[in-house]
Design a protein around this ligand. Structure first.
Ligand code: IPM
Ligand code: MG
Length: 372
């Protein structure tokens, strides 16, 4: 298959982790005879520095004219510490999601057997966790009207949802549930918010179209608790934009590191793949960022194009890296010598030579370049 992939590496650790995802995709291309062409473009703080716009026209055009987007991360402390900033890097990502109609953000949360003891949560609580989160991505409080009074003392953000915005993501989530354990947990705050009551009504109307799927509803505060008390009871979690943002960071604790969580943002026309983590500015350029979330996002990209076998090759290589402890210090603080690119190299090499795992791991520890 021939794929043109826009690479929006963004800020902070974005470029270094995305580079590892590209390595993995290149290995898959060689192994399976595909042609993947990578086209870089600026977004976020770096784009503001160059053009004043966090999502330059050229970048948006490129995204509209490629098959998929590989996204790194966005955000810079100089804007975080300046609440008066008129443009912010994050606006680039939000504008991209909105302009491309990427309304469904899909975030898998898994407790890897080999990492059960890395999580601050008890092994017996997280064991068996396999959640697929569907976060609505182009509506709600993120995109509602924002106001600040002239005296600067009153501010508001409007949370608006339209029926069709709920319906389209709901169908994706129900369909996904049909291929899994056939359970959906809708997370809302219907005891307080009108927009949540609309969500609940619409979802309850759609549910009978999928009679095999059990629908459970949880208030978001309770969901935040259940997610770490009994995560393996959740199969597909469906929620609106802001709740999904918060709950997916919380859920990352289950896997042991936010550096493991990948995501796909899809709409009717375009698709973007990105780790859920932020730009982690303190780690930039130090080689300590975990590239696995970005690499697994590349696997989700392959899945999107029905390259399931290829996606599996990446997933298996990641599992092997975890099993052999070829992981960055967020997963094993003793691994101070294992860098972002060593993990990427191992995964690249393992995809090409799965049979040679001993040699690979030995080389990684010696800090030598790996095979090929
Ligand atoms: C995420 C991020 C973004 C969001 C930020 C960077 C705007 O936290 O993708 O979860 O809030 O959606
Ligand atoms: Mg977030």
């Amino acid at each position: 298959m021939k794929l043109n992939i826009a690479v929006l590496a963004g800020d902070g650790i974005g470029p270094e982790v995305t580079q590892q995802a590209i390595k993995a995709l290149n290995a898959v291309a060689v192994e399976c005879n595909h042609q993947f062409y990578f086209k870089p473009a600026d977004v976020g703080a770096i784009a503001i520095d160059k053009t004043g716009n966090p999502l330059p026209e050229q970048t948006l055009d490129l995204c509209k004219n490629t098959d998929a987007i590989l996204f790194g991360s966005i955000g810079h402390p100089k804007y975080d510490n300046d609440p008066k900033a008129k443009v912010r890097p994050e606006q680039g990502l939000l504008a991209l999601r909105k302009s491309l109609g990427l309304y469904a953000n899909i975030r898998p949360v898994k407790a890897y057997e080999t990492l059960l003891d890395q999580s601050p949560l008890k092994r017996e609580i997280i064991s068996g966790t396999d959640i697929l989160m569907f976060r609505e991505l182009t509506g709600g409080i993120y995109f509602g009207q924002k106001e600040l009074s002239p005296d600067g003392n009153t501010a508001s953000d409007l949370c608006v949802y339209h029926r069709h915005e709920i319906e389209r993501i709901a169908h994706l989530a129900f369909k996904a549930a049909m291929n899994r354990k056939k359970k959906i947990t809708l997370v809302d705050k219907a005891n307080v918010l009108e927009s949540s009551r609309l969500w609940r009504r619409v979802i309850q109307e759609i549910a009978p179209e999928y009679p095999e799927v059990t629908l459970e509803v949880l208030f978001v505060d309770n969901a935040a608790m259940q997610l770490i008390l009994n995560p393996s009871a959740i199969d597909v979690l469906l929620t609106e934009n802001m709740f999904g943002d918060i709950l997916s960071d919380e859920a990352s604790v289950i896997g042991g590191s936010i550096g493991l969580l990948a995501s796909a943002s899809v709409g009717d026309q375009y698709a973007l793949f990105e780790p859920i983590h932020g730009s982690y500015p303190q780690a930039t350029g130090k080689g300590i960022a975990n590239p696995i979330a970005s690499i697994l996002s590349a696997a989700m990209l392959l899945q999107h194009f029905d390259l399931h076998q290829e996606a599996k090759m990446i997933e298996e290589a990641v599992e092997k890296a975890l099993e052999l402890d070829i992981v960055t210090p967020d997963l094993n603080p003793n691994n101070t010598g294992v860098t972002t690119s060593m993990v990427g190299d191992f995964i690249h090499d393992y995809i090409l030579h799965p049979e040679d795992r001993h040699l690979n791991s030995k080389h990684v520890y010696l800090g030598q370049s790996t095979i090929i």
